[in-house]
Write a protein that binds this ligand. Structure first.
Ligand code: 13P
Length: 272
């Protein structure tokens, strides 16, 4: 391909110098879990447990839990995100939620393009782009998810897939707006399977994404952007993944539903 060995070398140069400039972000993706009353219990457990974190702590919850999460976390260091957003401002889109609706609630983040939305809800690179632009326009921070499926990894096209997903999703995003983008590299084969990417595999793709950002937006943007890993990250493997030079945080599914596990991951990130 066009991305040869020189670029890999280049990635390593970038990260060695600049990881310290970035603040790690640990984000929970609760997926379709927790009623509002259950959410209240989990948030109450998390607030004291993560209060001294030196990383950014985000919980992305179902729409029905957002009010509870926002109210309970006011004045704490926990930030709240949604798991999806529609791209239109308003109108006849039964069952959908707009970016303005989220902002009005006090929501700060939104996950866009999660592989489960791509797989089960017909999300495409184009709709991911539209959702990204709508969310940025409303003032939300976007956790943009990209990642290859197992057959793509086996075919040796992981970099191409992830770069194409990222580049299309960022179409029309300005350098200034990029400051409100976090990219989550989530290999689909590692999500909910208990099969984690090795730290080296995770780092390799996060570095490829950072190289793409450098090509699209320049070195300062590449140094600044937070690239998370997601996929069976847990209290046991987090430290090793987060120690990688290009892994700036995690997007955590299952382990984010258990206060002790999520807290251990936050602590691992804070120790960096
Ligand atoms: P798991 O941590 O449950 O594998 O989920 C990862 C994920 O999809 C986070 O968005």
């Amino acid at each position: 391909g066009t991305e040869g060995g020189g670029e890999v070398f280049c990635d390593k140069e970038i990260v060695r110098m600049d990881k310290a400039k970035r603040k790690a972000i640990i984000a929970g993706n609760w997926k379709m879990n927790k009623t509002a009353s259950e959410a209240a219990v989990l948030v109450d457990e998390l607030i004291p447990a993560v209060k001294d974190a030196s990383c950014e702590v985000v919980i992305c919850t179902p729409f029905t839990d957002l009010v509870t999460a926002v109210e309970k976390t006011k004045g704490t260091n926990i930030h709240v995100g949604a798991e999806n957003v529609h791209f239109e401002k308003s109108g006849a889109f039964t069952g959908e939620i707009s970016a303005d609706m989220l902002v009005d609630l006090g929501v700060e983040y939104v996950i866009v393009g999660h592989s489960e939305r791509r797989q089960y809800f017909a999300e495409t690179d184009q709709t991911v782009n539209k959702r990204t632009l709508a969310a940025l326009n409303a003032g939300l921070k976007v956790i943009l998810c990209v990642g290859e499926v197992l057959s793509e990894r086996k075919d040796g096209i992981t970099s191409q897939i992830v770069c194409a997903q990222t580049e299309i999703a960022l179409g029309g995003v300005s350098a200034d707006e990029l400051k409100n983008i976090i990219i989550a590299y989530e290999p689909v084969w590692a999500i909910g399977t208990g099969e984690t990417a090795t730290p080296e595999q995770a780092n390799e793709v996060c570095a490829v994404i950072r190289s793409l950002i450098e090509r699209l937006y320049g070195k300062d943007a590449a140094d600044a952007i937070v690239v998370q890993y997601g996929g069976s990250m847990n209290d046991k493997n987090a430290a090793e993944l987060l120690a990688q030079p290009d892994v700036d945080g995690g997007l955590i599914g299952g382990a984010s539903l258990v206060a002790e596990k999520f807290t251990a991951i936050v602590n691992a990130a804070s120790a960096k």
